[in-house]
Write a protein that binds this ligand. Structure first.
Ligand code: PNS
Length: 164
């Protein structure tokens, strides 16, 4: 049983994230999409909202035989990975600029927990510039986010920025 953790803020989930999840499904039997509870950040969506958005959109992707679970976690990622008996951590890489930070995290995580491998996957070129941060920024400034996030996420963003 090959189990991986795909951690992130997912504030909100984008097509880039979903692309990485679909690709990971070819490699793992089970993937736990783990939403970080970070008291230092002020997210747009609450943990519950991010989890429920993920559940909604995951129902629509092609996961093959891979089982997808959504959870939240607090504290050290590797501790959570060990608790869940995961073999690997999945991270998506979009451009070279992602690499330095990701390498640093992967090596630190390896030092903390040598048994857990970090697996890097390349997002499709079409999503290589998509990030949750930019999606929120352009939407707030009046641009369309169609094609960058699923329609259900766009609808939630609309409600959020219109103050529900
Ligand atoms: O979506 P993000 O913000 O790029 O995800 C970053 C995440 C959640 C992978 C990273 O911040 C993380 O692992 N946080 C948990 C705390 C931790 O383990 N820190 C040490 C990393 S070496």
């Amino acid at each position: 049983m090959r189990r991986a953790i795909y951690p992130g803020s997912f504030d909100p989930v984008t097509y880039g994230h979903l692309d990485i999840i679909e690709r990971s499904c070819k490699l793992f039997d089970e993937i736990i999409i783990a939403v970080l509870v970070n008291p230092e950040k002020r997210p747009l969506f609450s943990i519950e909202e991010r989890q429920s958005m993920l559940l909604e959109v995951l129902a629509e992707i092609d996961a093959g035989r891979c089982r997808l679970r959504v959870e939240s976690f607090e504290g050290l990622l590797v501790r959570f990975a060990v608790e869940r008996r995961a073999n690997a951590i999945i991270r998506g890489i979009r451009a070279i600029s992602d690499y330095e930070y990701e390498l640093q995290m992967a090596l630190m995580n390896r030092r903390l927990e040598p048994k857990i491998e970090t697996v890097f996957l390349m997002a499709a070129e079409a999503y290589s510039y998509v990030s949750s941060r930019l999606v929120k920024e352009i939407y707030q400034l009046g641009a369309a986010v169609q094609g960058l996030v699923p329609p259900s996420v766009e609808a939630r963003m609309q409600r959020k920025f219109r103050k529900e």
